[in-house]
Design a protein around this ligand. Structure first.
Ligand code: ZN
Length: 157
């Protein structure tokens, strides 16, 4: 079963991720470079501009995620490692493609996995992938104004 719900909240995207930077601006934290309208990894660009934290590193510094996914249920007691591997693979793939999709926190407690991310689409991608691979229940709550999404996945054995 899946359920999507829109939470109407006031506010806006405080990280102004659509803004334009000067060509060559680079992030002193992760080394990403702003080139032709987007942040890329430096092997594809030249750091010849000003240092300025990229939106993902600003979110990490502020501990302010754009997306969160919480996995719960007794299914994780025996299959937590597989689910965690799938999550980690998606995270690694996303990080290779763009500097803006980063993990703020990934933690596993007994029967529970929480991942907090700098990107809302990455959160949806992770939730959808686990739902496709392991079924269970997936619930999604999002706020358009704040560009924030929270997903809840649950499966009991
Ligand atoms: Zn950065």
């Amino acid at each position: 079963m899946r359920q999507d719900r829109n939470i109407k909240e006031k506010g806006h995207d405080p990280y102004d991720e659509g803004r334009k930077y000067s060509e060559g601006t680079y992030c002193p934290d992760c080394g990403a470079v702003y080139q032709q309208g987007r942040w890329v990894w430096p092997e594809k660009a030249v750091k010849d501009g000003e240092p300025l934290f990229c939106p993902a590193c600003r979110r990490i510094r502020d501990d302010f995620p754009a997306g969160e996914v919480l996995f719960t249920g007794t299914y994780l007691e025996n299959h937590g490692k597989e689910v965690l591997n799938l999550i980690q693979n998606i995270i690694d793939g996303a990080k290779e493609r763009t500097p803006l999709k980063k993990v703020i926190e990934l933690k596993q407690n007994r029967g529970e996995i929480l991942v907090r991310l700098t990107d809302d689409h990455l959160a949806r991608q992770i939730g959808d992938a686990v739902y496709r691979a392991y079924s269970g229940d997936l619930e999604l709550k999002y706020s358009d104004e704040e560009k924030f999404v929270r997903l809840y996945w649950h499966r009991d054995e």
